[in-house]
Design a protein around this ligand. Structure first.
Ligand code: SAH
Length: 337
């Protein structure tokens, strides 16, 4: 059934088409593939955005080093442990620590955070999303007890990568990190922004080729959303339909992957999350950061962080998922081989 979508020519035609009937058919097939592996279950992850300091200067990102128009914060170790305790009491069994590349969080400090959280909550999975490190540091994080690592490749095409990032960053190093993470044994997540500046359909196809080669356990796919204080502040953002196509294609390509219905898609479309689930996504990542800092993790404009998006509103999010015909699942939600 799904093979019919997967030739390069078919994918390019689909990415260029505005035919809604075709999109609905694609989403139906992708969802059926997800149902076969995971059923209707939707896994919950508690997201802790623990620092918005960053040494990098990615042209699209609101927490880039050169953005002076942002209130910087970093949580203390005790605040991070406290977020996890709150999340645990709310029922979460996976925590995701995400942040900018903040030199205050040395590899030693990350290791002690990881082992502290795993000691407090041995039944929980811990995911890191803290950017690019030497392989030896990734090994240390893994040995300290981290289970998973999210590092979107952003775009698989090296020239496109160079147009989204300053010269000191490279797509090759990003990919090297992903291969190392996988090799070390992390459940590894890659991913991309749909509709980022200068992106063409060929680049989206290259992203799918790269995902096929890497075989990551997780893939984050969300629309690019401009952030006013960045060099791309006046570019247009990615669309809901294009994002749904990429989620569905990714599901067909990687039947067992864990695919989040991203906050970014929920930000540009009120039904974005539900539509992503219908396209084969099976993860949501509500925000567990302390409420006082949530608005400061402004990687893009108008980011949702309250209401259903807030981890403390788990019941609201569960009700939305139930209403859309899916089953909220608060277990660790590991990749199933
Ligand atoms: N420093 C970490 C976490 C980055 S933020 C890392 O390097 O992995 C997590 C993700 O947010 C990024 O990988 C990027 O894909 C996404 N992001 C950043 N700016 C964005 C924007 N303007 N619109 C949509 N997504 C964005």
């Amino acid at each position: 059934m799904e093979e019919k979508w997967m030739s390069d020519a078919r994918i390019l035609a689909l990415l260029r088409s505005e035919d809604d009937t075709e999109l609905q058919a694609l989403m139906t097939d992708a969802r059926a593939v997800c149902d076969r592996t995971y059923g209707r279950r939707v896994f919950f992850r508690g997201l802790i955005e623990f620092t918005n300091h960053c040494k990098n200067n990615c042209y699209y990102c609101g927490i880039r080093r050169q953005n002076a128009n942002i209130r910087r914060y970093r949580l203390t170790d005790e605040e991070i442990f406290s977020c996890c305790r709150t999340g645990y009491a709310l029922g979460y069994r996976t925590f995701v620590l995400q942040g900018g590349e903040d030199p205050a969080f040395t590899a030693d400090r990350i290791c002690s955070l990881v082992s502290g959280i795993k000691k407090n909550h041995p039944d929980c999975a811990l995911t890191l999303s803290i950017g690019e490190w030497p392989r030896a540091d990734y090994v240390r994080f893994f040995e300290a007890g981290a289970d998973r690592y999210l590092l979107r490749h952003e775009t698989a095409d090296p020239r496109h990568y160079a147009r989204l990032h300053p010269p000191e960053m490279s797509g090759d190093n990003r990919k090297r990190c992903l291969w190392d993470l996988k090799d070390i044994g992390f459940q590894t997540g890659a991913g991309l922004m749909v509709g980022s500046p200068f992106q063409t359909e060929e680049e989206l196809l290259a992203d799918l080729h790269f995902l096929k080669e890497l075989q990551p356990q997780m893939v984050g796919i969300g629309p690019f959303i401009p952030q006013a204080d960045t060099p791309f502040g006046s570019y247009s953002g990615g669309s809901r339909t294009q994002t749904l196509k990429m989620v569905a294609l990714c599901r067909l390509l990687l039947p067992k992957a864990l695919l989040p219905a991203t906050t970014a898609l929920g930000t540009i479309a009120s039904d974005g999350r539900e539509q992503a689930l219908r396209a084969g996504a099976n993860v949501v990542m509500p925000n567990l950061s302390p409420t006082a800092v949530r608005s400061s993790y402004a990687i893009y404009d108008n980011k949702l962080s309250t209401g259903d998006e807030a981890a403390e509103s788990r019941i609201q999010m569960e009700n939305r998922i139930l209403a859309a015909g899916f089953e909220p699942d608060l277990s660790r939600g590991d990749f199933s081989r």
